[in-house]
Design a protein around this ligand. Structure first.
Ligand code: LMR
Length: 391
């Protein structure tokens, strides 16, 4: 039965990790997958996480199942982080990572609502398309990036979203747009929200980088605007990056409905989706997040650690632009310092990306997306020399 299957192409992002690991060059540089690295190129476990983990392991008395929607204190803490307080119209389910939350969203839309079509930005994280299509939804794209001005193509975005029909859904990146690092301004979020209300389509948010843009509060400006003004909203959020809990798979799916009673009914349907998929979520990572967010001292420590990660990335952006100039790049790369989050949409084309990989052992995603969090003071000089060579 399986002999007819063709080999699937490697994943455009995670597939690069395999190639990188097999590369025997000692001066190779990995700027592909969106994982934070410190100045020594290690992905650290946060101190706040380590402390919470010790306390949790000491106090743990059972490994019995969690409820279908996961840990209640985690779900409440998630709402407080997203909205600033518990939202009476919102219901949250702990999910296995941001991707798990997106898959709950996609299955819920496909199996329990009339939504048949989801619009995603062009470009977007490639797995968005895969998740929605695998759940049986049609995926369309709206314009997002203006390659000439290296900024948001807001006119194109509004013009494309004006075509979205009532009953369709549109996905936004809550902050730190992946891959461009360009987010709408408050005024632009406002205009998008008004369009959604006017035309009756359903907004969806993917929030994977809260805290990596301007700060944990600042990064949810658009989301809170939508949460306060839209009758319905779905959110997939992730703790992979901001708690460094990548391999623990901690995320959340949040549904907002017109009122609390509808939210309860809709959420009961969400739980049937989860039950038929993975039954109930794993506990460890969510316990860590919940412990930290519900403990003032640890929460403060976590915010400090998150701030340091954000600031290090920001410093690397500036050093990257300056070093490119010093090494003789004849293009203006200053736009890179204005982008938010881990990624820089460099403008390098696929040929240049492949040359960097083959000839220099520098790994970035084919779209030209560079993970700035993988840059260090030590690898910067070689990185920039190589980029100037291929330009
Ligand atoms: C990325 O975009 O690199 C991350 O979100 C990791 C992933 O799963 O692709």
């Amino acid at each position: 039965m399986f002999e007819y299957l063709l080999a699937a192409p490697a994943d455009p992002i995670l597939g690069l990790a395999d190639l990188y690991n097999k590369d025997e060059r000692t001066n190779k540089i990995n700027l592909s997958v969106g994982v934070y690295k410190d100045e020594t190129t290690k992905t650290p476990i946060l101190e706040s996480v380590k402390k919470a983990e010790h306390l949790i392991l000491n106090d743990e008395t059972t490994k019995s199942y969690l409820p279908i929607d996961g840990l209640n204190p985690f779900n409440i803490a998630t709402q407080i982080l997203l909205f600033g307080n518990e939202n009476p119209r919102a219901r949250t389910a702990q999910a296995p990572g941001g991707t798990g939350a997106l898959r709950i969203m996609a299955d819920f839309l496909s199996r329990r609502t009339k939504v048949k079509r989801v619009w995603v930005s062009n470009p977007s994280w490639p797995n968005h398309r895969s998740v929605f299509q695998t759940a049986g939804l049609e995926v369309r794209e709206y314009r997002y990036y203006n390659a000439q001005t290296r900024s948001l193509d807001f006119e194109g975005l509004i013009s494309d979203l004006s075509l979205v029909a009532e009953g369709e859904a549109v996905l936004f990146h809550g902050c730190c747009h992946n891959p461009t690092g360009i987010d709408p301004t408050p005024e632009q979020w406002q205009a998008i929200s008004e369009l959604a209300l006017k035309n009756g389509w359903l907004p969806l948010f993917d929030l994977a980088y809260q805290g990596f843009g301007q700060g944990i509060e600042e990064d949810v400006y658009g989301l809170r605007l939508f949460a306060n003004s839209q009758p319905e909203l779905l959110i997939a959020s992730s703790y992979s990056k901001n708690f460094g809990l990548y391999n623990e798979r901690v995320g959340a799916f949040t549904l907002i409905a017109a009122d609390s009673e509808i939210a309860d009914r809709a959420f009961s349907q969400v739980k049937t989706i989860i039950r038929a998929n993975y039954s109930n979520p794993p506990a460890h990572g969510a316990k860590i997040v919940s412990y930290i967010l519900n403990n003032e001292e640890l929460k403060e420590e976590w915010i400090d650690e998150l701030t340091s990660m954000r600031q290090r990335i920001h410093r690397m952006r500036q050093l990257f632009v300056k070093t490119l100039q010093d090494k003789g790049a004849n293009q203006d790369f200053s736009f890179i310092t204005k982008q938010n989050g881990m990624f820089s949409f460099s403008g390098l084309n696929e040929e240049q990306v492949l040359k960097l990989r083959d000839d220099y052992g520098i790994y970035i995603v084919n779209s030209g997306r560079i993970n700035v969090a993988g840059m260090t003071i030590d690898n910067m000089s070689r990185l920039c020399e190589s980029i100037v060579d291929v330009l």
